[in-house]
Write a protein that binds this ligand. Structure first.
Ligand code: PGA
Length: 221
């Protein structure tokens, strides 16, 4: 059986101190966590180094993910974080999250450029789509289906619909090996998604910010 993929998207949350406290709490209850899931923590850029160090310190079998990368390579691009620098800390990167598509007007062409820089740098892309209408760039093998209305609303998509969409994504894009679901995933509902045949895991925002609720999500997935 494939390992479920459980991804925490901390978004623009947590100071260094808060991140360290999160890991301390998680480490205290780590005995309850089996190592049979692929867990990825995606913090803000300011925490990539801290999260990597905390994972090593507590000997957790977790991976680090960036929430974004630049669409430029290294060079004269003030404020940007190119793929190769994110790769110093992270092995995954979220690209195309609907918050960036909407708040920062990121369009397909820009997202495609990011994918083209992420893959050769060795980052595994978690490509976020809002539904079947969003085009998935070539080379992407891991997709997160996150319907906009389900994000942060407490109103997740139905497991049946999420399963249908995941199945269709895999049919439409044979390159895609895994589809995860995101949008108001909680410790209570996670198993309804991970038990669907075409759904390979979950992307968790709000409920990942609390170490106790995130570890419960890992356990219940
Ligand atoms: P949510 O966010 O779990 O808070 O709904 C999910 C996401 O946006 O990745």
């Amino acid at each position: 059986m494939k390992k479920p993929i459980i991804i925490a998207n901390w978004k623009a949350n947590k100071t260094t101190q808060e991140a360290i406290a999160w890991f301390q709490h998680l480490a205290d209850i780590r005995g309850q966590l089996a190592d049979d899931k692929v867990v990825v923590i995606c913090p803000g850029f300011h925490l990539l180094s801290t999260v990597k160090t905390q994972i090593q310190h507590f000997n957790l079998v977790f991976n680090v993910g960036a929430q974004d990368i630049s669409s430029f390579s290294a060079g004269a691009h003030t404020g940007e974080v190119p793929a190769e620098f994110a790769r110093e800390f992270a092995t995954y990167v979220l690209i195309g999250h609907s918050e960036r598509r909407e708040q920062l007007h990121e369009l397909d062409e820009l997202l495609e450029r990011k994918v083209r820089l992420a893959l050769p740098s060795g980052l595994q892309v978690i490509y976020c789509v809002r539904g079947l209408e969003d085009v998935i760039p070539q080379g992407v093998t891991l997709v997160a289906y996150e319907p906009v209305g389900a994000i942060g609303s407490g109103q997740p998509d139905t497991p049946e619909n999420a399963q249908d969409v995941a199945e269709q994504i895999k049919q439409n894009y044979p390159q895609v090996q895994a589809v995860i679901y995101g949008g108001s995933v909680s410790a209570e509902n996670v198993s309804l998604y991970t038990s669907q045949a075409a759904i390979d895991g979950v992307l968790v925002g709000g409920a990942s910010l609390d170490a106790a609720s995130f570890s419960e999500i890992i356990r219940n997935s």
